[in-house]
Design a protein around this ligand. Sequence first.
Ligand SMILES: NC(=O)c1ccc[n+]([C@@H]2O[C@H](COP(=O)([O-])OP(=O)(O)OC[C@H]3O[C@@H](n4cnc5c(N)ncnc54)[C@H](O)[C@@H]3O)[C@@H](O)[C@H]2O)c1
Length: 262
Amino acid sequence: MKPSNRTFIISGGASGLALAAARNLHSAGAYVSLLDLNTENGATIVKELGDRAKFFEVDVSDSESIAKAVQGTVEWVKQTGKEIGGVIAGAGVGLPGLMIDKNNEPIPISSIDFVLNINLRGTLDLIRQALPYMTTNKPDGLDGERGVLIMVASSAAFDGQMGQVAYAASKGAVASLTLPLARDLSKHGIRAVTVAPALFESNMTKQMGKKVKQSLENAMEFPKRAGQPDEFARIVREAVENPMLNGTVLRLDGAMRMPARL
Ligand SMILES: NC(=O)c1ccc[n+]([C@@H]2O[C@H](COP(=O)([O-])OP(=O)(O)OC[C@H]3O[C@@H](n4cnc5c(N)ncnc54)[C@H](O)[C@@H]3O)[C@@H](O)[C@H]2O)c1
């Protein structure tokens, strides 16, 4: 699907990887509806991108908050006439914690809920709420395509490290649901693709200590560095444009396999 003259709903779009994807699609003529908790960044980005961008303050773990943003986007689409071509579910968080700590305390269930509610439930809820506005799109091109859903997993979906049980569970689930999602939606001409990045430069990784980041970079095979947000954005663009990408998880990881511990 060509991104131009389509609207993309992008969660986590006020920062990092999802923002890079938003900029890339926007530069190809797309309209971007950015959903994020970070209102300050959101306002700055919309100012920079201009008419073809809108920001909605959203907590993806709150269904009502998603509903308002989807409704707001649908109203915007009515004005512009640019159908919702896709969802990029980029909002995500990590909250490291051992299953049981040195004081024999198990991980708080609130930590597990927090990560799963944003990374897994938030991803599915956003897609679920956007879909009825995509299935009614006019079929496009020879294939009759109506849209594309792009999700974000992580290397942790496959080789999560110590302290990453909740994060790995959330990202592994996103990877696992990709194929059945594609199967559910094939009759509607809607594709589902997941990207699984290793270490990428973003706000999330800025919060890592220098030593932790360095040891992750050392675990990369080639190139031996963190990925750049634009390198993530380019694979998202390909997933939007290439109709044969469907029901699959694309590892974007410089052949890195994360070690058990750093
Ligand atoms: N950067 C990496 O190395 C890396 C590696 C693998 C996977 N990922 C995944 O990529 C995605 C993007 O992360 P990033 O690295 O760009 O981080 P980031 O922190 O730069 O961006 C994440 C954005 O999500 C938003 N967000 C967080 N919780 C939210 C919520 N409840 N509702 C709405 N928005 C919320 C944040 O405000 C932020 O703008 C995440 O799903 C992350 O797990 C990142």
